[in-house]
Each structure stands twice: as C-alpha cells, then as structure tokens.
Design a protein around this ligand. Sequence first.
Ligand SMILES: O=C(O)CCC(=O)C(=O)O
Length: 259
Amino acid sequence: MDDVVPIPEILATRPVVGSPEDGLSAIADFASEFQCAPACQSFSGIRVFENFLTRQEADSILQDIEKAPFTKAQSGKLKQHYGPKVNFNKKKMNASRFQGLPAYAWLIEDRFRKLAHAESEGHAATDQLEFERALKVFETTDLFVLRYFKNESSNLDFHLDDTFAYGELILDLSLESDSVLTFLDQNQESPRCIRIPLPARSIVAIFGKARFDWEHAILEYDVEGQRTSVTSRTLHQDLHESPDGRRILDIARRSRTLA
Ligand SMILES: O=C(O)CCC(=O)C(=O)O
C-alpha cells in the first residue's frame, strides 16, 4: 500500500446519497446494472458482479479459509497472505516463503474470466477495451484475505494499491456480509467520492482510472457483523522476466496444477 490518505469531512459519517448534505453531488452511487456512476461520468474502471458465488460455494471457500491461520492486521482486521513479500519502499520482492495459492484462487479467477467474457458481448462502456486489456494479462500471483469485525471497528484506510509489484487489474470478492467500497478523488478543488455497493458474494474488478487515480477504502460504518474479503492480484508485467518474477510465476502456476 502507498501512503494513507485521511478521511475527508464529507465521509465522516455514513453519507446519504442524493441528500443536500452530500455536498452538491460530491458523493455519487455506483449503479452496478450499468457498470458506471451515472452522476459522475468521469469515473471509470469498475465492474461489479453480484451473486458471483452461490451460497454453497461461498461457504466452501470460507471453510477453506478457516483451515489456515490468521494474523493480526491494522485497524481491527485479521489477515492471511499468499504471495511474495513485497517491500514497497525499496521496490523489492522476496518469494522465499511463497508456497503457492489456495485452490479457491483459481475458482475465483476462472469464474471471473468466464463471467467477464459473457458480459462483454455488446458492452458499450467506454472503459471496456481497457478492461479487456487488463483482464488478458491477469494471472493470480498474490492473494490477500482480510477479515473485518463490526465490534472491532475494523476498516481499511484510503489507499492506492502498489503499482510497482502489481499489475493493473485487481479482483475483490466479498463474503458473509454486505459492504461498500468507497473511492475518493482528492485531486479536484473539492473531494469527490463514489460508493460501490458490495453485496455478500459479489466481486468487484478495479482497473484503469479507479485503480490509478482514485484511492479506495472500506469505512468503519460500512462493516456489518463479520466480513471477509479475498483480494486477488497479478504480478506487474514489467517483472515477469526478472529472476524473482519468474520464480513467483512458476510457484503460482505450479499451485494451479496441484489444485
Ligand atoms: O476488503 C476489501 O474489500 C478491500 C480490499 C482492498 O482494497 C485492498 O486489499 O487493497
């Protein structure tokens, strides 16, 4: 993660979109049925697929997740990580402890690719080409499981995902409970926000402008009960031919053949 961005005043409490308090449309809702935020046409780079998994599939992934140990993460969360360790400041990766990805990583990737291809038939979104380009080079090499608890006030600070280690497309699966992924652009005179609904068992793909120009966060008031997210990332293309990169791809691919 790059530098943490403070929460702006307009998001201090859960916003009611469309109300006068939302600061003259500074906050817009994402409409998953149109894959855009109608009130903010300049925002792009998001695909949301609701009901991405059946209840049974989600339960089965959760059971697999339970079999591995969690460690404490920042802001009241727990985490599991599969992938090379990345030193974001030194731009260095260390794959010495990477033993491959869990089988459900491939279920997520393969299902996503299938759905995205089916959905792309006749898709007129302006960011469609960008999406297809990013998806073409996506291959899971890194997986983060985060667990949030309402009673721990768990949250995830505004951030941009690292652009040295990871490629463009990021997939983020929501399990157990509904949430909202909030995007923030502070490069304008006044901040603008987009609220992406993430129902349980949905997946969101982040690419293009949403990936590179807008920070995103899970705000404390958007966590209900217990929520687990599974974030899949891909090694940056520029690293594929480096010795570390080859090793990481090799370990990830080998774990796919064993899944
Ligand atoms: O927990 C989530 O759904 C968001 C995860 C995320 O944004 C990240 O790991 O960068």
